[in-house]
Design a protein. Structure first.
Length: 272
């Protein structure tokens, strides 16, 4: 792996910049919609401000271009780029629910090699490099151990039953029912970054992510891998930056989740 600089140095710079941006993140909680992006999606003025600020600072400090949620950026399947979500869980952030944060990953040749999840309203920072381990607030987190679905909480992605998106709402509803028959510990947090960071840290046994956006997924994928977890798409194929979903879990839990997904049947969005 050939990166423009030492991964530890890049991680330190990125951490410093996210720390500096955290004060603005906290001050902006409750910001209303400024840009309507779709029927169920919007950005606040703070999203736009933070992306402009962090993109400029990251490029100035590292010489690496940034692909952000709001303004786009370089192609991600090849080369090296930062991938930034300035506010993950925007609905939560706008409503004042503290399950929201800033996500940043360094992606090299279509795979995340650094992952940073900052949750300023919870006082938590998760970081991971290419060799692990996962760190929470600069303290190493024990590697994930083999676990079972029956003893695990599972983060489950949000859905609208009538949605006709890449993975249809009715399919998500079917999967929710199948999972709930095996576990009474399903949780819907409204933040992919929270779900994946908590899966990496062992708070959750796993996370089912229906979204395909790299700015939502890349940081958490790096963290789960660094923690010794298993990451695929919902069809069980190895995850890449072009994958249309994420299934991330502790060993054992991942196998059980994948078996349940297979039992639900086909959906073209996940390739089953």
């Amino acid at each position: 792996m050939t990166l423009p600089a030492d991964p530890a140095e890049l991680l330190a710079v990125a951490s410093e910049l996210l720390d500096a941006a955290s004060e603005r993140f906290v001050a902006g909680v409750g910001a209303p919609s400024a840009v309507q992006k779709g029927p169920n999606d919007f950005a606040t003025a703070v999203d736009l401000e933070l992306e402009r600020r962090l993109s400029t600072e990251l490029f100035d400090r590292t010489g690496i271009e940034v692909h952000g949620e709001e303004f786009g950026g370089p192609e991600l399947a090849s080369g090296t780029s930062w991938v930034l979500d300035p506010i993950d869980g925007t609905f939560n952030y706008s409503a004042g629910l503290p399950l929201c944060g800033m996500l940043l990953a360094l992606v090299h040749e279509g795979q995340p090699v650094l992952g940073l999840t900052w949750l300023p309203l919870l006082g938590e920072r998760y970081t991971a490099g290419p060799e692990g381990p996962l760190y929470r607030n600069a303290e190493p987190v024990p590697a994930l151990k083999r676990a079972s679905l029956s003893s695990s909480m599972i983060g489950f992605g949000a859905f609208n039953v009538d949605s006709r998106g890449v993975i249809r709402g009715d399919y998500r509803h079917l999967l929710l029912g199948a999972l709930s028959s095996q576990s009474s510990r399903l949780r819907m947090h409204g933040s992919t970054g929270v779900d994946l960071a908590y899966a990496a840290a062992g708070v959750l046994g796993g996370a089912v992510v229906f979204g395909h956006h790299p700015w939502d997924n890349a940081a958490g994928v790096a963290q789960v891998r660094a923690a010794g977890g298993v990451v695929t798409d919902l069809a069980g194929m190895p995850w890449t930056i072009g994958s249309r979903s994420v299934l991330a879990a502790a060993p054992g839990v991942h196998e059980e989740l994948l078996e349940i997904i297979g039992s639900v049947g086909a959906d073209e969005g996940i390739g089953l």
